[in-house]
Design a protein around this ligand. Sequence first.
Ligand code: SAM
Length: 214
Amino acid sequence: MAESNKNKVIIVGCGPGLKAYISPKALYNIKKADILVGSRRLLKLFPGVDAEKIVLEKNYSVLVNRIADWSVTRQVVVLVSGDPCFFSYTKMIVKKMGRESCLIIPGISSMQLAFAAVGESWDDACFMSLHGRNNEYAQLIKKVREYTKVGILTDHKNTPAVIARHLLKSGIPERQMFVCENLSLPEESIRETDLVSAVHLKTTGASVVIIKKY
Ligand SMILES: C[S@@+](CC[C@H](N)C(=O)[O-])C[C@H]1O[C@@H](n2cnc3c(N)ncnc32)[C@H](O)[C@@H]1O
């Protein structure tokens, strides 16, 4: 185990999907892992890494305790999609381990890539995640009223079409809507639409939605 990282869990941001977006520092640490923890999709990006591979599914709470135990004697590297400090498992690990026991290596967030894809700055935007959440629409509506731009992480239930329906139902006036799907992957799709048209929009993959005032 490298002396400076002794007993530290390394949490690595793996970007939005394409391996080329992973930083050299992240790759360096991944290669040195004794134990690599991550989703099946992320683990598959590193077939050549000679580490014990642990699949992260819905076993978050059990696994966070194991990560803490393993890290006493072995170098644990946890892979997360996008950036670790943006709506991820990192919060749970840092809460369990303490900040001083974690080394976080940033990654390119799907949100960053979405704003880049549509040529918009994100320094004046507000963000929220509907990924795996229920009933956060009151919060979303408040943000869309208040901010010029709102970036939203979606999931298979909270799709761009469902988001558009909720916003229209709340009486929000028409807005520009960008739907950024499968970012950085071969099936990437970037669509510009409005709330009324988006009500019938079909999406299949992971997507980021940006709502912008006209
Ligand atoms: C659990 S969140 C993780 C966010 C991640 N930490 C980040 O910085 O992108 C997962 C959500 O991120 C978004 N996402 C992740 N990868 C994506 C991609 N390649 N294209 C579009 N959206 C993506 C989707 O909204 C997905 O439901």
